[in-house]
Design a protein around this ligand. Structure first.
Ligand SMILES: [Zn+2]
Length: 68
């Protein structure tokens, strides 16, 4: 096994969940496309919120439940 496996994690990447307002690493979040005032927009939401059913306004895609 090659030993160059550590550059993958980047803990500096943090975003705020659109549902619970917590700041979380982006690796624990998903982005969901929706609409804001008729314009396409992407919302970042944590996986637990997405799994509980939070969806942005105008969401018309498909969300596949992911392991938390
Ligand atoms: Zn959340």
């Amino acid at each position: 096994m090659p030993s160059s496996y550590s550059a993958k994690e980047n803990k500096a990447l943090v975003a705020t969940c659109s549902s619970c307002q917590k700041s979380l690493p982006t690796v624990t979040m998903v982005t969901l496309p929706g609409r804001d005032n008729g314009k396409p927009q992407v919302w970042a939401v944590c996986i637990p919120c997405a799994n509980k059913g939070w969806r942005p306004p105008g969401f018309n895609g498909v969300y596949q439940v992911r392991p938390e």
